[in-house]
Design a protein around this ligand. Structure first.
Ligand SMILES: Cc1cc2nc3c(=O)[nH]c(=O)nc-3n(C[C@H](O)[C@H](O)[C@H](O)COP(=O)(O)O)c2cc1C
Ligand SMILES: [Fe+2]
Ligand SMILES: [Fe+2]
Length: 390
């Protein structure tokens, strides 16, 4: 267990580490686990920024109490209500029911359901400042820098940004600071992944948020997952990684399919031959690869066989992952498949597409077992018609 350490004079890291968290938020593979960073600022007022996950709350509170008694904490800032940062509040309130919670007004409503009790509350309006002694906290509303209620906290005099999920990563080394970690490339990969899965789906809000942050002078980024970024170069790169992704063009045609015995694959290849684009065999692609491909798409073909009265899990998952790509609602898709006798696969995916409010091309294209030469020609015509439909 890593004990508390000073991030800067009188600002302590009192977070927890969860190396067993190999799958984060059920979608990101996180081989290094993650951390729930929490920060304790000692000034005339004592302020906690973010808490920790429920199962590590006891360890977290002990860590705080190694610095000061929990009863002495005046404020706890909850930047984001997702339980990985807010669950610890419940235990803190048991020890110190007088503490005042600072969060956005929207967060209060959600937070009540997390802790299931009353608490003193100060609403953080956008841009509001709070003097805590020599230092000043400034609260910046950042909707959808993961959830709708999310904000960031900026420590004015020290120029430290506490962005919670923003600029976070499922990566850490015991040295914790960007200037000291050894595996920088690995870190940036995990930093990118965290952004891609957690924040990038909210593209419009991320762009707005980045604009808002440009007005701040930032010397340190202290997120609530992973490495603390403490160099100018690191901070610039963090912004760059976000901006680069948001600028990427989305103009490709992707033909994504899963095929147990090659029949769906034959249709996929015929489509490819006819209209070009990029083939993606979903059975052999990682989630990251699937996302990278569908991120770049303006239109997507999804192919699947019927299996056991259902469909291929890979195709279903790829469609669900489409829900994590920016501006995905209304994305143009077409479905193709092969079946043996009952044929539920494509109708099931059609239902999913409708529920996701995708722009589904109709009709879908299906064959029984292996596509005949005639069916291959039909598939090509069908694919062309889809592509030529505005
Ligand atoms: C494990 C398995 C389960 C299947 N279950 C069904 C089924 O419930 N209903 C159906 O219509 N076809 C079913 N099929 C037949 C496939 O949908 C058909 O063989 C299709 O052409 C497979 O396409 P592929 O070669 O691209 O995998 C099943 C095939 C397999 C291998
Ligand atoms: Fe979150
Ligand atoms: Fe988080």
């Amino acid at each position: 267990m890593i004990g508390s350490f000073e991030v800067k004079k009188n600002i302590y890291w009192v977070g927890t580490i969860d190396p067993a968290k190999k799958v984060f938020d059920l979608v990101i593979d996180s081989p290094y686990g993650t951390t729930y960073n929490s920060y304790l600022i000692l000034d005339e007022k004592r302020v906690l920024i973010d808490t920790t996950e429920e199962k590590l709350a006891k360890e977290w509170l002990e860590k705080i109490e190694n610095v000061i008694p929990a009863e002495e904490i005046n404020y706890v800032v909850i930047n984001h209500v997702e339980p990985d940062h807010s669950a610890g509040l419940k235990l803190l309130l048991e020890k110190n029911p007088n503490v005042t919670v600072i969060a956005t007004p929207q967060a209060k409503i959600l937070l009540k359901e997390v802790v299931n009790r009353d608490f003193n509350f100060m609403p953080a309006k956008d841009g509001m400042e709070l003097k805590i002694g020599k230092r000043t906290l400034k609260f910046i509303q950042m909707p959808f820098w993961h959830w709708p209620e999310t904000m960031m906290t900026y420590l004015v005099e020290d120029k430290i940004l506490f962005p919670c999920d923003g600029f976070g990563s499922n990566y850490f080394e015991e040295s914790f600071f960007y200037s000291k970690i050894q595996q920088k490339e690995t870190y940036w990969r995990e930093f990118w992944k965290y952004f891609r899965f957690v924040l990038a789906p909210f593209r419009k809000f991320i762009i707005q948020g980045l604009e808002k942050l440009k007005g701040l002078e930032i010397e340190m980024i202290a997120p609530s997952h992973g490495v603390i970024i403490d160099t100018r170069e690191g901070i610039e790169k963090a912004f760059e990684v976000y901006e680069e992704f948001l600028k990427k063009p989305r103009n490709k045609i992707i033909i994504a399919y899963a095929s147990a015995h090659g029949n769906v694959e034959k249709i996929a290849k015929a489509i490819h031959e006819e209209i070009g684009g990029e083939l993606l065999d979903l059975a052999y692609a990682s989630r990251e690869e699937v996302l990278e491909k569908i991120d770049s798409a303006k239109a997507i073909f999804f192919g699947a066989p019927t299996l056991n009265g259902m469909t291929a899990p890979q195709t279903l998952e790829a469609m669900i992952l489409l829900g994590l790509t920016p501006d995905w609602r209304g994305k143009r898709i077409a479905l193709f498949g092969s079946y043996g006798w009952s044929g539920e696969g494509i109708p099931l995916l059609e239902e999913v597409a409708k529920k996701m409010r995708l722009k589904l091309y109709q009709p879908s294209f299906r064959v029984k077992f292996a596509p005949s030469e005639e069916e291959i020609e039909k598939a090509k015509k069908w694919a062309r018609a889809f592509i030529e439909t505005p």
